[in-house]
Write a protein that binds this ligand. Structure first.
Ligand code: OXT
Ligand code: ADP
Ligand code: MG
Length: 577
C-alpha cells in the first residue's frame, strides 16, 4: 500500500471509531471542564497526552495529593468540579486525602483514577497496582462510580459532575479501569452517548414559611449577629449577601475563608470583636457556616450565658440542629435564600438597637487600635506581627491577589492581621486544619483565576508540599511564597526532653534557607531578615509576576504551641516533656 492510501485508510478508521481515551476527554470538554490536575503513569499516561493534544490544560504535579488539593480549591473558586487524575493504587491513595478534604469542606471535586483489571482485582490475583479502589473511595466521598464500557463514559462523567456540584457540593470518585480506555466503539455512537449536564446545580428555593419564620426571629432580636461561612463565599451571591448585611444593619463575623466577602474594613464587620459577639449576641444567623469545632459547636464558654436563637441558611437539611436547636432553618441555596430574605425584608427593615451596634463597633476599634503598633515594629529577628504587618499592607495595595495561608501561628496570626477586600481571595486549611494545601491551592488559584498569588506558609506547613515549587516554576505561575521560617512546628526552641542527641520533635534544621529551593528550578529566591527586607522582596516578586520564594526569618521563640488552638491538645496526667 502506498503511503497515501495507508494514511487515508487510517483516517477513515479514525473517523469511524473512537475509544475510551477520547470519550473521557470529549465528555469533560462537553461539560466545560478546562483544567486537569494530575500525575502521569500507568494506565493514564496517554490519557494525559491526549488531553493536552485536545486542548485541555493538563497540569502535571510531583505528588497526587497536591494535584488533588488543587482540584478541590478549583472547585471552590469556580463552582465547577475540579478534576484530579491519578494512576492506580498508590497514586489513587495519594489523591484520596484531597478527595476526603474536598468532601469535608463541601468543595466540588472529581478524583478520576485509572485502575487495574476487574477480573484480576476481584479474584485478588495480584495485578499491577491491584486495589479495589471503588470500595476504598466510597466512604470518603459523596458518590463513587465505575465505568466498565466505553458507551457508558458519557453517563459516568455526567453523574460524577452532577453529584459533585448539586446540593451540598463534595468529592466524587470516578474509577476508570485500564481496559476501558482502550475500548473502541463507533465514533457516531460514541458521540451520541455523551451527556451534557443541564443545570448541574439547580436552584433550591426555600419555602416561604421558612423565610417568614427567619425574618420573625431576626426582627425579635436585640443583639443580632450574622456569621458568614465559606459556603457563602462559594455561592457567588456576593452582591445580595452584601445587600442583606447592609440593609439589615446587623454586625457580621466572617469565617476564615469568608473574609473579603464584604471588605474586612466594612463598618459592620465584627471580625475584631469575635469573642464579644459570640458571647453577647441573642440571635445568630449562620449563612453557609456549620456550627462545628471552628464555632465551638455553638456552646460552652465561647458562647457565654446569653440565651440564643439560631437562624441557619444551608443547602443541606441534615445540617440543621447538628449541635444546637435551630429556631429558624432555611433550607435552600444561599443565592435563593438571601434573595427571598431581601424580598421579605422590604426597604424599611428596622436597624438593630444602636446600643448593640455601638458596643460591637467600640470593641472592634479598641482591638484594632491595640494591635496597630505591633504591626509596625521593625524587630530583627522578625516576630509574626512585624512580618505580617508588612504583608497586610501589601494585600491592601494588591486586593486582587489571592492569599493562600497555612501553618499554626502563621495561619492564626495572618487570619486576624491580614484584611481581605474581595470575595474568595483567602484560601486556607479549611475544616480539617490540614497542612499541605499550600502549593496545590496556590497553583490552582493562579491557573483558574489568572490572579497573582501570595502564599504565606509556616515552615512546617510548606514542607508538606514544598516539592511542588518545581511545578510552580515549570508553569511560570505568578506565585510568591513566603515561608515563615521560625525553625520548627509552632516554635523552633524546644529541646529534647531526654537530653539525647536528636533535636526535639518540633524542631527543624536551624538556619535553613528555603529560598535556595526555588533557585534550583529557576525561580527567584530571597532571604528576608527584617520587615523592610520582606517588604522589598515581596513587592519585587509580585511586580515581576514570576515564581518567587521568600525565606522570612522569624524569631524561633515568637510562636505559641498550636497557634490559637492549643486548648485542643490533650493533657497527660503522668507524662514529662
Ligand atoms: O475577640 P478576641 O479578643 O477573642 O480576639 C480575636 C479577634 O477578635 C481578634 N481580631 C482582631 N484584632 C484586631 N484587628 C483585627 N483585624 C482582628 N481580627 C480579629 O483576634 C482574635 C483572634 O481572632 P480569630 O482568629 O478570628 O479568632 P480565634 O479565636 O482564633 O478563632 C477560633 C478559630 C477556631 C475559628 C480559629 O482559631 C481558627 O480558624 N483556627 C484554625 C486553626 C487551624 O486549623 N490550625 C491548623 C492546624 S494546627 C495543627 O494541627 C498543626 N499540625 C499538625 C498537622 C496538621 N494540621 N495536618 C497534617 C496533615 N499533619 C499534621 C502541624 C504539623 S499546625 C502544624 C505545623 C505548624 O508549624 P508551622 O511551621 O507550619 O507554623 P508555625 O506555627 O508558624 O511555626
Ligand atoms: P466555615 O468553615 O467557613 O464555617 P463550613 O464549611 O463549615 O464553613 O460550612 C459551609 C456550609 O455551606 C456547609 O454546611 C454547606 O452545606 C453550605 N453550602 C455550601 N454551598 C452552599 C450553597 N450554594 N447554598 C447553601 N449552602 C451551601
Ligand atoms: Mg514554623
Amino acid at each position: 500500500m502506498s503511503a497515501n492510501v495507508e494514511s487515508r485508510a487510517r483516517a477513515e478508521t479514525e473517523a469511524e471509531l473512537t475509544d475510551g481515551f477520547h470519550l473521557v476527554i470529549d465528555a469533560l470538554k462537553l461539560n466545560g471542564i478546562e483544567n486537569i490536575y494530575m500525575v502521569p503513569g500507568i494506565p493514564i499516561t496517554d490519557l494525559g497526552r491526549y488531553m493536552q493534544a485536545e486542548g485541555l490544560r493538563v497540569l502535571a504535579f510531583r505528588h497526587e495529593q497536591h494535584a488533588g488539593y488543587a482540584a478541590a480549591i478549583a472547585g471552590f473558586l469556580t463552582r465547577k468540579p475540579g478534576v484530579c487524575m491519578t494512576v492506580s493504587a498508590p497514586g489513587f491513595l495519594n489523591g484520596l486525602t484531597a478527595l476526603a478534604h474536598a468532601t469535608t469542606n463541601c468543595f466540588p471535586m472529581i478524583l478520576m483514577s485509572g485502575s487495574s483489571e476487574r477480573e484480576i482485582v476481584d479474584l485478588m490475583q495480584g495485578d499491577y497496582e491491584e486495589m479495589d479502589q471503588l470500595a476504598i473511595a466510597r466512604p470518603l466521598c459523596k458518590a463513587a462510580f465505575r465505568v466498565l464500557h466505553a458507551e457508558d463514559i458519557g453517563i459516568g462523567v455526567a453523574r460524577a459532575i452532577r453529584a459533585a456540584v448539586s446540593g451540598r457540593p463534595g468529592g466524587v470518585y470516578l474509577d476508570l479501569p485500564a481496559k476501558l480506555l482502550g475500548q473502541a466503539i463507533d465514533a457516531a455512537a460514541g458521540e451520541a452517548s455523551l451527556v451534557k449536564v443541564i443545570d448541574p446545580a439547580p436552584a433550591q428555593i426555600p419555602s416561604p414559611e421558612a423565610v417568614r419564620r427567619a425574618l420573625e426571629v431576626l426582627k425579635g432580636a436585640s443583639k443580632p449577629l450574622i456569621i458568614l461561612g465559606k459556603g457563602a463565599a462559594y455561592a457567588q451571591a456576593d452582591d445580595d449577601i452584601r445587600e442583606l448585611v447592609e440593609r439589615s444593619g446587623i454586625p457580621y463575623l466572617p469565617m476564615s475563608m469568608a473574609k473579603g466577602l464584604l471588605p474586612d474594613n466594612h463598618p459592620q464587620s465584627a471580625g475584631a470583636a469575635r469573642s464579644l459577639v459570640l458571647k453577647e449576641s441573642d440571635v445568630v444567623m449562620l449563612i453557609g457556616a456549620r456550627l462545628n469545632w471552628l464555632l465551638s459547636h455553638g456552646k460552652g464558654k465561647a458562647w457565654g450565658d446569653q440565651p440564643k436563637k439560631f437562624v441557619q441558611i444551608d443547602i443541606e437539611p441534615k445540617e440543621m440542629d447538628s449541635n444546637r436547636e435551630v429556631a429558624a432553618p432555611v433550607v435552600g441555596d444561599i443565592g435563593s435564600c438571601v434573595r427571598a430574605l431581601l424580598d421579605g425584608m422590604g426597604e424599611n427593615w428596622p436597624s438593630p438597637p444602636a446600643a448593640w451596634t455601638a458596643e460591637v463597633r467600640e470593641k472592634v476599634e479598641s482591638n484594632i487600635e491595640r494591635m496597630a503598633p505591633r504591626l509596625h515594629n521593625n524587630n530583627v529577628p522578625m516576630d509574626y506581627h512585624g512580618a505580617l504587618g508588612v504583608l497586610r499592607t501589601i494585600i491592601s495595595e494588591r486586593p486582587d491577589a489571592i492569599l493562600v495561608n497555612e501553618g499554626a501561628n502563621t495561619l492564626d496570626f495572618a487570619r486576624s492581621i491580614i484584611d481581605m477586600y474581595r470575595p474568595r481571595k483567602r484560601l486556607d486549611v479549611g475544616t480539617w486544619g490540614v497542612m499541605g494545601i499550600g502549593m496545590g491551592q496556590a497553583i490552582a488559584a493562579a491557573v483558574e483565576t489568572g490572579c497573582p498569588v501570595l502564599a504565606v506558609e509556616g515552615d512546617s506547613a510548606f514542607g508538606f508540599s514544598g516539592m511542588e515549587i518545581e511545578t510552580v516554576c515549570r508553569y511560570r505561575l505568578p506565585i510568591c511564597v513566603v515561608v515563615f521560617n521560625n525553625g520548627g512546628i509552632y516554635r523552633g526552641t524546644d529541646v529534647n526532653p531526654s537530653g539525647g542527641e536528636d533535636v526535639a520533635t518540633t524542631v527543624f534544621t536551624r538556619g535553613a534557607r528555603y529560598d535556595k529551593m526555588i533557585e534550583a528550578f529557576g525561580g527567584a529566591g530571597y532571604n528576608a531578615t527584617s520587615p523592610d527586607e520582606l517588604r522589598r522582596a515581596v513587592n519585587e516578586a509580585m511586580d515581576s509576576g514570576r515564581p518567587a520564594l521568600v525565606n522570612a526569618v522569624i524569631d524561633p521563640a515568637s510562636g505559641t504551641e498550636s497557634g490559637r488552638i492549643g486548648n485542643l491538645n490533650p493533657q497527660s496526667v503522668v507524662g514529662k516533656k
